[in-house]
Design a binder for this molecule. Structure first.
Ligand code: HEM
Length: 450
């Protein structure tokens, strides 16, 4: 489908066949991003961006740098103790709430957790100093609001250039202010790291390696890749923006679906409790390998509720023929992963939450989200596919396993599962309008009065 939004042609891709044509067969043509004046001004211009960068040598270098040094499975695994520490803190808070039979805002809790996991990996142990984790979270919300608002330039670029304007004066100031705040915060944490590394110069390679957070790693290989300090900051902004809300939304929607489907919740709890050695206070990452139903629940959540339902926009770099149609160079391409993931031609009972479809004997047992099955693309596919897949999954799986292991869950008094409101609010990511509020009951404790 071709939609002309303002003066800009938009190709809407909503079938697995068309997604494969764009993201695999002609990936070399469609791997660019459309220009975004907001992203360029929030960050440090197109020649420093990463997620929003046009396809070319700069993006290739940054992508290689990030994929080789920051987000490999090995590197993600090396942060398992950081995740464990963050999980413990959340479980302790939940135990207090359970003891007081208090309600907990799960949406807020999983968002803070995902943010802290990213902060911990990016800037090491001291990320809570001076409330930096809270500041990052605040700035991520600012970025999301600014990037998903209406911008004249995205729809009438010619008119906007003629008028010499960058959105409205009001918007321009907001973007400049957000940029200034990000820059100050990133500058501070980078300076801390530079100071720390000069203090520890001479430590053994092992000591250095075990302490290495993203900033340490980036500073140590930055010159080898010819990456400027502005690019380093831009990459960090992308990691915060792309890594926090996505994982937290998967966690929130998983909990929503588990509350709407008590049978599935009990089945998952049975698996997690059976596969975790007796007497363990929390589930550790070593225990996750044998939890196949947990993985199926996460997959089914990603299928029905992909956090980025339209991926990120792509843009064609040359004319390209697909199925007899010519797509002109410069066309913006929107891939409707939400519709593809629910296409009844690919999925049995497509709108229902059925993790069993991904288990042995299920209709989708061989289908994965790693970019080879075009009926299921919550992380995209091809050159621009999400490089944070391992990081995101590690965050989601360990937290969900522990929420199921340590607690039983109730809806607030007077609320039935049918009352859970699924109304969504649209932006770069899609989230529910209402917060998810639940009451935890510590597993294994006897209710008062018994
Ligand atoms: C469950 C969690 C996540 C989901 C569902 C997700 C999904 C996506 C999607 C759909 C895209 C766009 C793909 C395309 O345009 O074709 C993307 C891009 C990206 N994601 Fe993720 N993401 C997740 C977690 C993360 C994490 C944890 C990080 C970083 C730590 C991250 C970093 C990025 C970056 C940097 C890009 C831009 C890549 C580029 O343009 O080359 N994501 N992600």
């Amino acid at each position: 489908m071709l939609l002309r939004l303002g003066t800009v042609p938009n190709l809407i891709v909503s079938s697995p066949h068309a997604a494969q044509a764009v993201l695999r067969t002609h990936d070399n043509v469609f791997a660019s991003r459309p220009p975004s004046i907001v992203v360029d001004n929030l960050q440090y211009g197109p020649s420093s961006n990463f997620g929003g960068a046009p396809y070319g040598e700069h993006w290739r270098q940054v992508r290689k740098f990030v994929s080789t040094h920051l987000l490999t499975a090995k590197k993600v695994n090396s942060y398992h103790l950081a995740r464990q520490e963050e999980v413990r803190l959340v479980m302790a808070k939940l135990r207090k709430a359970a003891a007081a039979s208090a309600e907990v805002d799960i949406s807020e809790m999983v968002n803070a957790f995902s943010n802290d996991v990213v902060c911990h990996a990016v800037s090491g142990k001291f990320f809570r100093a001076e409330g930096r984790n809270k500041l990052f979270r605040e700035l991520i919300v600012v970025n999301a609001t600014l990037s998903s608002g209406f911008v004249l330039e995205n729809y009438f670029p010619g008119v906007a250039i003629l008028l010499g304007m960058f959105t409205t004066w009001f918007m321009k100031n907001k973007v400049a202010e957000a940029h200034r705040r990000w820059d100050e915060l990133l500058e501070n944490i980078i300076c801390d790291h530079e100071r720390r590394s000069s203090k520890h110069r001479g430590d053994s390679a092992d000591q250095e390696q075990s302490a290495a957070d993203f900033i340490d790693v980036m500073l140590s290989v930055q010159q080898e890749y010819g990456i400027t300090m502005e690019s380093v900051k831009s990459i960090l902004m992308d990691i915060f923006d792309a890594g926090t809300n996505t994982s937290s939304l998967v966690l929130e929607y998983a909990m929503v679906e588990l509350m709407r489907n008590p049978y599935i919740r009990t089945k998952l709890q049975d698996e997690v409790r059976k596969m975790t050695p007796k007497g363990q206070e929390i589930v550790s990452e070593d225990n996750l390998a044998s939890m196949s139903y947990l993985r199926a629940v996460v997959k089914e959540t990603l299928r029905l509720h992909p956090p980025a339902p339209l991926l990120l926009p792509h843009q064609s770099m040359a004319d390209c023929d697909i199925d007899g149609y010519t797509i002109p160079s410069g066309t913006r391409v929107i891939i409707n992963s939400w519709a593809i993931n629910r296409d009844p031609e690919s999925w049995e009972n497509a709108d229902e939450f059925i993790p069993e479809r991904f288990m042995d004997g299920g209709s989708a047992v061989d289908i994965d989200f790693k970019g080879n099955n075009f009926q299921f693309i919550p992380f995209g596919a091809g050159r621009r596919m999400c490089p944070g897949l391992n990081f995101g999954l590690a965050t989601v799986e360990i937290m969900l396993a522990n929420l199921m292991y340590c607690f039983d869950w109730d809806l607030p008094a007077g609320m039935d599962k049918e009352d859970i409101d699924m109304t969504e609010v649209f932006g770069l990511t899609v989230h529910r309008k209402e917060k998810l509020v639940l009451v935890p009951k510590e597993h294994g404790t006897v209710p008062h009065g018994m």
